[in-house]
Design a protein around this ligand. Structure first.
Ligand code: UD1
Length: 418
């Protein structure tokens, strides 16, 4: 099992390119199930979760031309022979439940394992299922699986109880091939939703309103091929900027819109950093030790839960006491005991954590527990004195492309140990 060894205390500075967004790429690759043509996607990040998605699509009968080394993939779902996402796969990558909508809409059937619990919380899929039922799907639960069927999905009004990212994506894809108009209300407004709408539109779908609470879709009988570049990864970008702040450096991340990260940039400023916002870049210049600050995670445009762990690492070395309130996932403080091993002073009560910033952290062996937790441990290691070894780095490999290489370019002393 790979580990990451970091010798901390180096200042991060320079320019780095954002990879394509993992969370945008996953549903976009899956949306190829809706299309009868060849879908060419570029800027696809070369990550474990992406390789898992390609394996799933291939098992279903999709023709996959994988050129991930060059961040390109061509998917052709002329025919599909398997309509199932098995437990072993959904368990490792719950985003695969979004195959439900496209399979149902195009082929009228799908069998998808219930994801079960995951490290950061229960994460049920009830909003996905209720939304698909509104479009006319018959849904049964049997043996841990969702078994869904439909003749032809019918456009309908779907009001989400909560703006779930995955549920919005699932129902949006289904509605693209349903008969007639669908109006989705209380939708997630994340940039990844806008990117999925862009990909569907490139295939010929008729969608408007993405990025707002209400999305309107005129269902089509067929969708065709497309050429589509995936947007830049805002969470990866935010992680590098956090590293610059914690090490007293200056980093410019290129290849993403600064508006996608606005709630985070405001918090970097509150911590005392100088931010330069560009159309396709963001720059952070540290102005000395970070000041304490409070964050509350919210659906977009609020502060993203996927940046919470990284901000806790900043707060661990900030001047003063900070408070984190996590409102999206109920168990997303797994990084706390690991950061404590570096000397962080953190008290957790329910969904709130109080962090008393320390003048210094000292390197230690650590264990990664989930994707964003791993990123916060890497950040802790970069700021700590001495050596930190982060074990179980496969969590990091699910979502960060060549992280050690990119951090080395910025001046970090980090290496992967196989
Ligand atoms: C996506 C992102 C994830 C991010 C999250 C919130 C991907 C692949 N993953 O996950 O990185 O942290 O958005 O921004 O894009 N919920 C239900 N019932 C449902 C659906 C969700 O109760 O049917 C709950 C979840 O348990 C969670 C909350 O709603 O507490 C938010 O979940 P959701 O927005 O659906 O997140 P994901 O799409 O799973």
């Amino acid at each position: 099992m790979d580990k990451m060894r970091i010798r901390g205390g180096k200042t991060l500075s320079g320019t780095v390119q954002a990879s394509g967004s993992k969370n945008a790429a996953l549903p976009i690759l899956i949306s190829s199930l809706l299309s009868e043509g060849a879908c060419n996607f570029s800027r696809v990040p070369n990550l474990q979760d992406i390789r898992t998605t390609l394996k799933l699509l291939e098992q279903m009968g999709v023709k996959v031309q994988n050129d991930l080394q060059k961040n390109r993939v061509c998917l052709e779902a002329k025919t599909v022979s398997q309509f199932e996402a098995p437990y072993d796969l959904v368990r490792t990558m719950r985003a695969s439940v979004v195959v439900l909508g496209p399979l149902l809409a195009r082929f009228g059937k799908a069998k998808v394992s219930l994801p079960g619990g995951c490290a950061i919380g229960a994460r049920p899929i009830n909003y996905h299922l209720t939304g698909l039922e509104k479009l006319g799907a018959q849904i049964e639960l049997e043996g841990g699986y969702v078994i869904a069927s439909a003749k032809r999905l019918q456009g309908a009004r779907v009001a989400f109880e909560f703006p779930s990212v995955g549920a919005t994506e699932n129902v949006m894809m289904a509605a693209a091939l349903a008969k007639g108009e669908s109006i989705l209300e209380n939708c997630a407004r994340e940039p990844e939703i806008i990117d999925l709408a862009g990909a569907l539109r490139a295939m010929g779908a008729e969608i408007e309103g993405e990025g707002t609470e209400e999305i309107r879709i005129q269902g089509k009988d067929k969708l065709g091929g497309c050429d589509y570049p995936i947007m830049g990864d805002r969470i990866e970008a935010g992680t590098f900027l956090a590293g610059a702040l914690m090490t007293g450096g200056a980093v410019r991340v290129e290849g993403l819109a600064s508006t996608h990260l606005e709630a985070v940039l405001v918090k970097f400023e509150e911590a005392g950093a100088k931010i330069v916002r560009g159309d396709q870049f963001i720059e952070l210049q540290s102005q000395g030790r970070a000041k304490a600050l409070d964050i509350t995670t919210q659906p977009f445009p609020g502060f993203p839960t996927d940046m919470q762990a990284q901000f806790m690492a900043i707060m661990a070395v900030a001047d003063g006491a900070s408070v984190v309130t996590e409102t999206i996932f109920e168990n997303r403080f797994m990084h706390v005991p690991e950061l404590a091993r570096l000397g962080a002073d953190i008290t957790v009560r329910g969904n709130t954590a109080m962090i008393r910033g320390q003048a210094k952290l000292i390197g230690a062996p650590l264990m990664a527990t989930d994707l964003r937790a791993s990123a916060s441990l890497i950040l802790g290691g970069l700021a700590a004195q001495g050596e930190t070894v982060v074990n179980r780095i496969y969590h990091l490999d699910r979502g960060y492309e060549r992280m050690e290489e990119k951090l080395s370019t910025l001046g970090a002393d980090i290496e992967r140990i196989s």
